[in-house]
Design a protein around this ligand. Structure first.
Ligand code: FHN
Length: 457
């Protein structure tokens, strides 16, 4: 990011800090309601996100210390749920903060890996369901600066590192909170509590919404997230009014901040399918979030990592479907990204270095149904074919009736491929002759330069 842009961003940040967030804003103030957001406003807000396509989710907290094991026994995952899955009483769980000392954490290294992976935005947990805050909040001492021997603020360091690496900093915030007195455990017990779903303590909604606004105000004015990723809205007693109040509050602080749909009740800017990729029909903006192995938060025994080929294909599937891909990593208790995750991230980055033009800034496939040989994305005047099943006879039949001005491999743009229209008796469309061998073992990209808008058969 150029110095001038850095100075402008810093100036805006200072202004925002000076202005701060109006803690009095509420859904009742019309200028702050979501309804005042026009389509043009929404498009302007979503523009960078729609271009970005690929984000990195980071689940990191004191749950990385036990890493899926409690008192010598494996606790079923995911790692960030160990408090409730392990039925750990709050006073015992809270002691983990005293063991959290991630001396190997290096924000610049994390941002460098993300940049090499081709990631354009990072979403990191500021507070997960356990209520532990991974940032320097004044709203509770149950936070990484006050309650750990480490006394550092990883979100501040990562925010700064993202700025230097040209990556958007975003943060995750859980509505469900197993630590706050404003929510009661599902099954309170001094020896084996079960926390999820929690219940809002009757009459405590306003107090908890005020707590959320205080922390969101700190995050917005101190860390300038481009997006806030809510989660855990399934708390019994969490209301539509609460959701709208929080959304409108964020917009009153900074209308450019994107909010996902997990405040619930139809509030928010985009959908968040989890651990699966929609196979069509999604309305509006959406982003699939997915683990790289089986768990969000670090579990030392979870070695079930998806292959790099699967992850690259998942990214292509998401973008071809018109969505984004938010791929999760789970750093360990010392602040290290597990090596198998680093290897996969770098493999994705290597593929994007060659084929990124087919991903970043594209829109979804123009074809009416799935392609037998792979996927497609598009930009004005171009269709990108991501071929995962290279034709053994070298002939590619594309269900497109446009005149194809030129076709070429993205890896060899100066060498045009033979293109011929197929007779209607042969089903119509366009036929390409491809080289015998695919340039890439996972997905090779063929570019079609077309005249006019795509006309799929
Ligand atoms: O319960 C959480 C889970 O721990 C994780 O944060 C995922 C990420 O999308 N969200 C919830 C499960 O849907």
């Amino acid at each position: 990011m150029k110095v001038a842009s850095l100075m402008l961003v810093s100036f805006c940040c200072v202004c925002l800090m000076l202005v701060g967030c109006s803690t009095t804003s509420s859904a009742s103030s019309p200028e702050n309601t979501a309804m005042s957001q026009t389509v043009a406003d929404k498009d302007a807000k979503m523009a960078w996100w729609r271009e970005a396509k690929f984000g990195m989710f980071i689940h990191w907290g004191i749950y990385a210390v036990p890493a899926g094991e409690w008192k010598g026994k494996d606790v079923r995952g995911p790692g960030e749920w160990i408090q409730t899955r392990g039925r750990i009483p709050g006073d015992q769980y809270d002691q983990l903060a005293k063991q959290f000392n991630p001396v190997d954490f290096n924000a610049d290294q994390w941002a460098s890996i993300a940049q090499a992976a081709g990631v354009k935005y990072i979403v990191i947990t500021s507070k997960h369901h356990d209520g532990f805050c991974m940032f320097d909040t004044h709203a509770t001492n149950f936070n990484v600066v006050a309650a750990t021997p480490w006394h550092q603020d990883p979100l501040a360091q990562l925010d700064a590192a993202c700025l230097l690496h040209g990556i958007r900093f975003c943060t995750y915030y859980s509505i469900m909170d197993w630590h706050t007195p404003d929510q009661s455990p599902h099954r309170p017990s001094s020896t084996a509590p079960e926390f999820s779903p929690t219940n809002m303590v009757p009459g405590k909604n306003d107090a908890y919404v005020a707590y959320m606004k205080a922390q969101l105000g700190e995050l917005i004015t101190g860390y300038h997230p481009s997006l806030i990723w809510f989660d855990g809205g399934w708390v019994h007693g969490w209301t539509a009014a609460d959701a709208q109040t929080i959304y409108d509050y964020i917009q009153s602080c900074d209308p450019s901040i994107i909010v996902n749909n997990r405040l619930l009740y139809g509030v928010g800017d985009y959908g968040t399918p989890e651990q699966h990729i929609p196979n069509g029909g999604e309305q509006g903006d959406w982003e699939t979030c997915m683990t790289i192995n089986e768990t969000w938060g670090y579990m030392s025994r979870d070695k079930d990592f998806k292959s790099a080929g699967t992850l690259i294909t998942n990214l292509i599937k998401c973008v071809s479907g018109g969505g984004n891909y938010l791929l999760n990593i789970g750093p360990d208790g010392l602040g290290r990204i597990p090596e198998p995750e680093v290897q996969r991230l770098l493999a994705i980055g290597a593929w994007l270095k060659v084929n990124g033009d087919a991903i970043y800034g594209t829109t979804g496939s123009p074809f009416k149904s799935a392609l037998p040989f792979g996927y497609a994305t598009q930009k004005p005047g171009k269709i990108f074919l991501e071929i995962t099943d290279w034709p053994t006879d070298g002939i590619l039949r594309v269900p497109l009736s446009n005149v194809v001005i030129r076709a070429y491999l993205l890896t060899n743009p100066n060498s045009s491929l033979q293109v011929s229209p197929l007779l209607s008796t042969d089903g119509g469309g366009t036929q390409l002759v491809l080289p015998a061998n695919a340039p890439d073992p996972v997905a090779s990209v063929v570019v079609l330069e077309i005249s006019g808008d795509p006309q799929p058969l």
